[in-house]
Design a protein around this ligand. Sequence first.
Ligand SMILES: NC(=O)c1ccc[n+]([C@@H]2O[C@H](COP(=O)([O-])OP(=O)(O)OC[C@H]3O[C@@H](n4cnc5c(N)ncnc54)[C@H](OP(=O)(O)O)[C@@H]3O)[C@@H](O)[C@H]2O)c1
Length: 264
Amino acid sequence: MDLKLKDKTVFITGSTAGIGFATAKALLNEGAKVIVNGRTNQSIDSALSKLKQDFPSGDVSGFAADFGDLESAKLLCATLPELDILINNVGIYKAAPFFEMEDSSWYQQFENNVMSGVRLSRHFLPKMLKKNWGRILFISSECAELVPPDLLAYSMTKTAMVAIAKGLAQLTKASGVTVNSILPGSTLSEGAEQFLKDEAAKSGKTKETVEADFFKEVRTSSLLQRFATVDEVASTIAYYCSPLASATNGSALKVEGGSTGGLI
Ligand SMILES: NC(=O)c1ccc[n+]([C@@H]2O[C@H](COP(=O)([O-])OP(=O)(O)OC[C@H]3O[C@@H](n4cnc5c(N)ncnc54)[C@H](OP(=O)(O)O)[C@@H]3O)[C@@H](O)[C@H]2O)c1
């Protein structure tokens, strides 16, 4: 299917690895012009060289900015070109019991996960409305709905992202702009891969057994009963970037392997 994304300019936060990087690949494959982001020039250069290898004629560039740092985010808004598509993907998490989670950790996760998307949307949404076309996607999580107690602060940020996308969509009435949130489930990014390896080393089990046990004992509601691949999530994100997805607006779109249940 041609997603009709040729020459659309896309910025993806947190995209030198994981779901963001896979999304960059999916969009380059559709002929979009992609700007990737990570915290350092070194990680950007490494991501760009991999992408240029896979897409030698692709239009791809990078911009280092740390969303934990307000000045860096401001500079980003001032420097980026006009965008057709903004993907608010960056997300950090800290797992800890509620009674042990420091204020600073709540604020840090809020700053990175929520305020990054708020600031970029405040800057780019008016420009999209002016030209009457645009896509903003907030990459939330199944945790927005499941709210695991050891991931309470993270889950709060992910629920906030769904609310913000819904609210911003109200500002797009009768325009060609849409704002949606995407809720991935457990996804085999480099971070998740490392988690499985660490758990395997700690427990003496194989990585495969650790994964199977995670779905048997922790994410029991998953219908998929395995981690999604980053490409499975990226292809969903790419579709909702497309002009073909023009009738979906203000929605919370799940790619969580059925873990959140519910009728809708
Ligand atoms: N993986 C999952 O199971 C899962 C499930 C549900 C939802 N999600 C959500 O999907 C999104 C992507 O997840 P992921 O697992 O692919 O992430 P990840 O692998 O942890 O993401 C790493 C990327 O984020 C960048 N990054 C980290 N902190 C940053 C900061 N302060 N400023 C700018 N970039 C930063 C890293 O860049 P550098 O290292 O180059 O700085 C790298 O490009 C997140 O919002 C996450 O909450 C993930």
